[in-house]
Design a protein around this ligand. Sequence first.
Ligand code: IYR
Length: 230
Amino acid sequence: MVRYPFIPYQPERLSPDESARRGESFYRLMDRRRSVRDFSADAVPRQLIEQAIRTASTAPSGAHRQPWRFVVVGDPEIKRQIRIAAEAEEKKSYEERMPDEWLEALAPIGTTWQKPFLETVPWIVVVFEELYGYDAEGNKRKNYYVRESTGLACGLFIASLHNMGLSTLTHTPSPMAFLRNILGRPKNERPFILFPVGYPAAGATVPDFGRKPLEEVSLWDPKPDPDDNS
Ligand code: IYR
């Protein structure tokens, strides 16, 4: 068994004013982030993608297993294969599999089965969740809280890209098994989210929606309702 040595940890202690300033500026930065579906073909240096992956990989994870893999695709031929396979699945989903309620929920955003951005963007990053790993002897080793951990890493990935002035979309072509085949990933890895990464196309637009206010997304010291017997 590996035992990690413990080392002292005291992040810089900020004054409340300084904390508030930083909180405000980080919020303002993140509140400007929007999902993009119309990308330009402008190149993005590989180093920026590497930096976003490094940042994502700082996420907390169950038993510190870091059960994520960021598979980066820049090859136009592979991007084309991904587009063809994703559109085939999405077409079936939009035309046959998605119930009306779901289609109605998406109607205001205006999505369709067509995904030209999968070929336009300089990079596609497919995040895989690693369901289990292997120990030094090659025995299967279980990972923990894999979805939560990978979701947290994806959140940091998105934040890092946005901080660098890059745009992305949290894309989940469904079902996503084709990504394992095209990218040759082993069976302990399952596709989780696909991120096209680049810059918005000239003239790109996003739906003009706001965000839920704090009061709607938070509760402070709630008490159980004494009349609720459910
Ligand atoms: N995967 C489809 C459908 C889709 C589903 C949800 I929920 C969205 O927020 C957006 C799209 C697609 O990518 O079009």
